[in-house]
Design a protein around this ligand. Structure first.
Ligand SMILES: *[C@@H]1O[C@H](CO)[C@@H](O)[C@H](O)[C@H]1NC(C)=O
Ligand SMILES: *[C@@H]1O[C@H](CO)[C@@H](O)[C@H](O)[C@H]1NC(C)=O
Ligand SMILES: *[C@@H]1O[C@H](CO)[C@@H](O)[C@H](O)[C@H]1NC(C)=O
Ligand SMILES: *[C@@H]1O[C@H](CO)[C@@H](O)[C@H](O)[C@H]1NC(C)=O
Ligand SMILES: *[C@@H]1O[C@H](CO)[C@@H](O)[C@H](O)[C@H]1NC(C)=O
Ligand SMILES: *[C@@H]1O[C@H](CO)[C@@H](O)[C@H](O)[C@H]1NC(C)=O
Ligand SMILES: *[C@@H]1O[C@H](CO)[C@@H](O)[C@H](O)[C@H]1NC(C)=O
Length: 379
């Protein structure tokens, strides 16, 4: 009888130590986050717990020694897909851990830096409580995957901007406690582009965090406008889904804003990943930068070639990237990225066009697929 009781207590103790849910709730409470403001919080926590409870994860042998590093790779938790059934105005893709590992095996990807695609935590415009809770649940989901497959996964934290104070708290938790490889931002958060003066405190904090450089991965978001009554309205002026062209304009807009506000040149401890080879940014660069003081132009150009890294997700090769390189951005700033599972362009073709590019040397291609990202994350 006594022994049975002991065993029961022991079982409870051991079990309790593996109760991730309890720790997640406590950490959120300590940061003033109300996870249960979201109706699906219990379901999300159960799915996160289920990841921790997986006994065995079958990492395909082809992933083991694969060398490519995918810096633009997305995760879609099932509960998030239910909340965000459309992304870029097309159905949000299905995602599973098993498929992701199978994808990596198929394309010789040894490391993936996991992130959440648009709209990130910008799902409840005007509600700080819900946005912050969503960002936290997404970060807990991402880190659970990384902890289960630490040899192959890293993650970029979801940042609940435009709520600056909460965003600072969240990245402090994600970078400091969860070991995020960097932070993920959107081109606009509730219609505010990244150079907006209300984000200055956020970048000041990020810049001052550490002696090493922090990595900011920017992802395009759909364009939107503030209606007179304060609500947010979709601002895609065309009949085509955002993913076709608006995302490229979004990237151009936000990096123009970051340049003109001097956010890029003032905060020298931040390295940036610009998605999709800059999107439409190279096309507008000469035009907007012409209005800037010579010192800003020189410092910005220097940053574009040193602290900005440009990912090759999408049909960036062979045409678009040559516009970027024509500005003098060295190939050592190019990164590999796939946009899995969102891309609507065949992954095999994307990779073949990079392999095939006549304007990069063999060693520059090796750098693009792997070495350049190691430089980025090690700096
Ligand atoms: C883990 O902790 C949560 C929150 O305290 C609780 O609801 C749940 O029942 C616990 N799960 C187990 C398996 O003990
Ligand atoms: C990976 O590399 C290690 C060390 O070289 C080797 O022992 C192992 O067999 C390789 N695995 C695969 C799947 O090739
Ligand atoms: C997700 O999977 C379901 C079930 O297989 C399928 O009906 C649906 O079309 C898939 N969604 C997308 C966006 O591919
Ligand atoms: C990987 O390749 C296999 C074999 O061609 C295919 O069955 C599978 O669907 C692929 N997985 C992904 C996620 O693309
Ligand atoms: C606010 O204005 C927009 C655009 O005119 C409209 O679509 C929306 O329904 C309005 N919202 C409220 C709460 O009145
Ligand atoms: C960057 O510094 C300049 C002064 O050198 C200042 O005018 C500008 O407002 C600063 N911008 C940001 C985003 O800190
Ligand atoms: C590779 O380059 C050759 C020669 O320029 C071209 O014929 C072929 O279509 C290219 N393949 C891809 C996938 O870009």
């Amino acid at each position: 009888m006594k022994l049975t009781l002991c065993l029961v207590l022991l079982f409870r103790l051991v079990h309790a130590s593996h109760n991730a849910t309890r720790k997640i709730i406590a950490a959120a409470e300590a940061d003033g986050i109300t996870l249960f403001s979201l109706p699906f919080a219990a379901e999300a926590l159960a799915e996160i717990q289920a990841i921790y409870d997986l006994e065995h994860i079958d990492v395909p042998s082809a992933v083991e020694n694969a060398t490519r590093v995918d810096t633009h790779a997305h995760v879609v938790p099932p509960w998030y897909q239910a909340v965000v059934p459309f992304a870029g105005q097309v159905p949000t893709p299905n995602w599973t851990l098993e498929d992701h590992l199978g994808f990596m095996a198929n394309y010789s990807i040894g490391h993936s830096v996991l992130s959440i695609s648009a709209p990130g935590s910008v799902v409840y415009p005007g509600s700080e409580v819900k946005s912050v809770a969503l960002a936290r649940l997404l970060n807990e989901y991402l880190v659970a995957l990384v902890r289960k497959v630490p040899a192959h996964f890293f993650f970029f934290a979801v940042t609940p901007l435009p709520y600056t104070d909460a965003a600072i708290t969240e990245i402090s938790y994600a970078l400091g406690h969860l070991g995020a490889a960097g932070v993920g931002l959107l081109s606009n958060h509730e219609g505010y582009y990244l150079g907006n003066v209300m984000f200055k405190a956020f970048f000041t904090d990020l810049d001052a965090r550490d002696i090493s450089k922090e990595v900011v991965f920017v992802h395009p978001n759909g364009p939107c406008l503030h209606a007179i009554n304060g609500s947010l309205i979709d601002a895609n002026p065309t009949v085509y889904p955002e993913g076709i062209a608006e995302f490229y304009f979004e990237t151009a807009r936000t990096f123009m804003d970051l340049t003109i506000t001097q956010t890029i040149i003032n905060f020298t401890s931040i390295n940036w990943i610009v998605p999709h080879g800059g999107g439409a940014f190279p096309s507008i660069e000469d035009r907007f930068i012409d209005s800037q003081p010579a010192g800003v132009v020189a410092a910005s150009n220097a940053a574009y070639s040193t602290r900005l890294f440009w990912d090759a997700a999408g049909p960036v090769f062979p045409h678009q990237v040559q516009g970027l390189l024509a500005y003098g951005v060295p190939p050592s700033q190019l990164l590999f990225g796939t946009d899995y599972p969102y891309a609507h362009f065949p992954y095999a073709l994307q990779i073949a066009t990079i392999e095939n590019a006549t304007f990069l040397t063999a060693s520059e291609k090796v750098g693009l697929f792997a070495g350049n990202s190691k430089t980025l994350f090690a700096s």
